[in-house]
Ligand binder design. Sequence first.
Ligand SMILES: NC(=O)c1ccc[n+]([C@@H]2O[C@H](COP(=O)([O-])OP(=O)(O)OC[C@H]3O[C@@H](n4cnc5c(N)ncnc54)[C@H](OP(=O)(O)O)[C@@H]3O)[C@@H](O)[C@H]2O)c1
Length: 253
Amino acid sequence: MRFEGKTVIVTGASAGMGYRIALDFANEGATVIAVARRKERLEELAKEAENLTGKILPYAGDVTTKEMAEGMIDYAVEQGGKLDILVNNAGIMDEFKPLTEMTDELWDKVMSVNLDGPVKAMRKALEVMLEQETGGNIVNIASIGGICGARAGAAYTASKHAMVGISKNTAFMYANNGIRCNVICPGGIETEIMSTQSDLSQFGLGRAMAGLDTSIPAGKTEDISSIVLLIASDEGKFINGSTIVVDGGVSCN
Ligand SMILES: NC(=O)c1ccc[n+]([C@@H]2O[C@H](COP(=O)([O-])OP(=O)(O)OC[C@H]3O[C@@H](n4cnc5c(N)ncnc54)[C@H](OP(=O)(O)O)[C@@H]3O)[C@@H](O)[C@H]2O)c1
């Protein structure tokens, strides 16, 4: 029971990796604030966790707003008395659009979910974590698109590279304050994310798939969740500022 008495926020908890991460924390005793826009999905998740040692509390809304990013942290402190772990997982793709096909709207949308929302949440979380004796832990979910330029469109790639940078900077700045910050870069994982993409750039997709070893199977949500929990636990206490690639070897070629 690694997370008994811990308060955890997981964004993007209504589907995919976030759903699994929230359940796994609750299974190990945590009080989990589950954040996403689809309230009914969060309620299903909370129900699924009813027999677990910890609990899941839905907090529905759009993580791109300051009100929501700060509100979820206030709510976590209200419910658990402190905030131990923030998992910035909510994210969207960019239809593999290269810059020549990018619109202002798509750029802003991707940046606001994948970068601005997490940064707003981190700023508020750090305020809380710096004040509490127990420090805190931030785990950001980027992508292999955050370590290379080849596997997504321009906005997604830029947003995930920025998440890698901001995670390292945060880890270094607060390393003496009992606060850790790490970033995970998953490869392809079986979730809903591709089904949210309706207007794919054929050029961008073709370039992103070039040279990709498609014989390596996609991962499962638990392959990412287990690493999030490891990093956030005491077993991971010396992991700080790390970029952890979890992709079955896809990015080695
Ligand atoms: N799946 C992959 O192959 C893969 C690979 C590398 C990295 N990743 C990254 O992993 C993370 C999770 O992806 P996933 O594959 O699990 O995606 P997913 O199945 O599409 O789930 C995305 C989650 O983000 C939430 N979300 C999206 N926009 C939001 C907003 N504005 N406000 C609040 N919540 C929002 C969605 O909930 P609502 O729609 O209910 O708001 C949903 O819970 C993302 O950051 C993604 O970039 C995924």
